[in-house]
Each structure stands twice: as structure tokens, then as C-alpha cells.
Design a protein around this ligand. Structure first.
Ligand code: KIV
Length: 293
């Protein structure tokens, strides 16, 4: 007997997930689910699977575009992938990740760029990294009617300042600063906050102290929701896998095997076979041969 989850083909349509759904889920103690997506078919599959929210993360730069880190990702690259995801997912709450230097220079530029995610990218909300130093930007973006998700702990756009992709908030002083930052983000108007790579008991404490939902990645089970980078979960990205990832598949190996099988089939002329081939009626063929002399 198969133990895998059956895939429903005729599930009733779900209601659009909004930031209000997020709040209600936290109030009811229901877990919020989020995954990253960067393309149309993945967005469709996630929406059908029943995901609450999809983040078009700037992890795009690493797992899809092959950059060393997220710093080179541009607004245009983000918007291109946001549009693809928005065409595929109709129910999940869609969150666009603001790339490095799209919100750090000035409040005005940040607000304009956040607006582009909704106007040109089809997103419902934006995410940006940082604590107290982003409070003014968050206030300005939310006052324009754009929901903002915060991101604390390991903030990959600050990788050079953090000295690498390393866990945060492990000392009492650093942990206190993160608690304060979470309270500031809530006060500034964030509807939710991602906690990345922080001790589980700290993430749980923050989740209890703030009324907006926390979404954890490498932050333990005490958060109000969970997110993973989809390419890690599917085993599509083989450069490295963070310790906190649970791999649900190994698509990199599957893909490599499928490509190798294709190459072998083509080289040995097993593909294309008659069933993959377009045929022409004999009478038409005879006419053609006559025409050509
Ligand atoms: O860019 C991203 O995918 C993210 C998640 C890791 C939260 O920020």
C-alpha cells in the first residue's frame, strides 16, 4: 500500500489567503505554511497542494540564477519571476522579496520599489530584511497600503557584515536585540516576520511576545509558521543544504538521470520512436514525390 499523500484533483476552490488570514491563523493557533517559488508551474503545484503563502524570495539569485549569494539580484529579475508566480498561483498570499539596495538608499525609493511589486509583479505584499534601522521604511511602505513582512536573524543580504551565513541571537545580548527588533517591526506595521537561523527557544519567546505571526526557517517548531526554500526541500540545489532543511525529494539526481537516459536514447536511436512521430498519408507522399520529379 502506498504511504504517500494522495493528490486531489477535484478539491473545492479555496478562498484567497490574505494578511487577515495570517492574523486569524495566529489567533486560532493554526500553523501558517510558506514556501518559495520562482516560476509558473511550481506556483500552480503549490497552490493546488494548499500552501498558505508563496514567497518569491531573493534566494532566486542562488538557487535559480547561480549567483554566489543574494546581493547581485536586481528589481527587474525579481519582478520577472514574481509575474510568472502570480500567473500560476491564485489562492496563496504572494510575497515579493525586496532585493539588496532596493530599499536601503532612501525611504522614497523603497516605497516606490515596494509599489512595483504590487503594480508590476502581481504580488500582494513585500518582504524586507532588517530590524530597527528599517522602521521608517516599513512605516512609509505600509502607509502606502502595502503589507510588509519583516525578516530578522540571519539576514542573507547582510552576509558580509555577519561574517558568513551563520546562526544569530545566540548570546543574551544579541537575543535581547532581536526581541527588541521584533517588537519594533510589529509597531512599525509589519503583518508578519520571518525568523531565520535563530535558537528555537528565542524564536518561541518572540512568537509569544508579538501579536503578528512569526514564520520560522531554521528557528524551531515554536514559530507561528514555517518556510523553506523549495529548491532545498526538493533536493534541486546541490551546492549545499543548510542543516535545518528537511529534504522531501532528490530531484537533482532524478533530473540528472532523466537527462542521461535521454542522451542515451537519442544516441542509440531509441528516441524518437514511431509513437513520437508525425505521419503523412501515402497518397500525399506520392503526390509530393511526383511534384518533385
Ligand atoms: O529569499 C528567501 O528565500 C528568503 C527565505 C529564506 C525566507 O528570504
Amino acid at each position: 500500500m502506498s504511504t504517500s499523500t494522495p493528490i486531489s484533483t477535484s478539491a473545492p476552490p479555496r478562498k484567497k489567503v490574505t494578511t487577515l488570514t495570517y492574523r486569524q491563523k495566529k489567533e486560532r493557533g493554526e500553523i501558517i505554511t510558506m514556501l518559495t517559488a520562482y516560476d509558473y508551474p511550481t506556483a500552480i503545484a503549490m497552490d493546488k497542494a494548499g500552501i498558505d503563502s508563496i514567497l518569491v524570495g531573493d534566494s532566486l539569485g542562488m538557487v535559480v540564477l547561480g549567483y554566489e549569494n543574494t546581493l547581485p539580484v536586481t528589481m527587474e529579475e525579481m519582478l520577472h519571476h514574481c509575474r510568472a508566480v502570480a500567473r500560476g498561483a491564485k489562492t496563496a498570499l504572494l510575497i515579493g522579496d525586496m532585493p539588496f539596495m532596493s530599499y536601503q538608499v532612501s525611504v522614497e525609493e523603497a516605497t516606490r520599489n515596494a509599489g512595483r511589486f504590487l503594480q508590476q509583479g502581481g504580488m500582494d505584499a513585500v518582504k524586507l530584511e532588517g530590524g530597527r534601522e528599517r522602521a521608517d521604511v516599513i512605516r512609509s511602505i505600509t502607509s502606502a497600503g502595502i503589507p510588509v513582512m519583516g525578516h530578522l536573524g540571519l539576514t542573507p543580504q547582510s552576509v558580509n557584515q555577519l561574517g558568513g551565513f551563520r546562526a544569530q541571537g545566540k548570546t543574551a545580548i544579541a537575543a535581547k536585540r532581536l526581541v527588541e527588533d521584533a517588537l519594533i517591526l510589529e509597531e512599525a506595521g509589519c503583518f508578519s516576520v520571518v525568523l531565520e537561523s535563530v535558537p528555537a527557544r528565542l524564536a518561541e519567546l518572540i512568537s509569544k511576545k508579538i501579536s503578528i505571526p512569526t514564520i520560522g526557517i531554521g528557528a524551531g517548531a515554536g514559530c507561528d509558521g514555517q518556510v523553506l526554500v523549495t529548491h532545498d526541500l526538493l533536493g534541486l540545489f546541490d551546492r549545499f543544504t543548510p542543516k535545518f532543511v528537511k529534504k522531501y525529494a532528490n530531484f537533482h539526481n532524478e533530473m540528472q538521470k532523466a537527462f542521461a537516459d535521454y542522451i542515451e536514447d537519442v544516441e542509440t536511436k531509441r528516441f524518437p520512436a514511431p509513437e513520437h512521430t508525425v505521419e503523412m498519408k501515402d497518397e500525399e507522399w506520392e503526390i509530393l514525390l511526383k511534384e518533385l520529379g
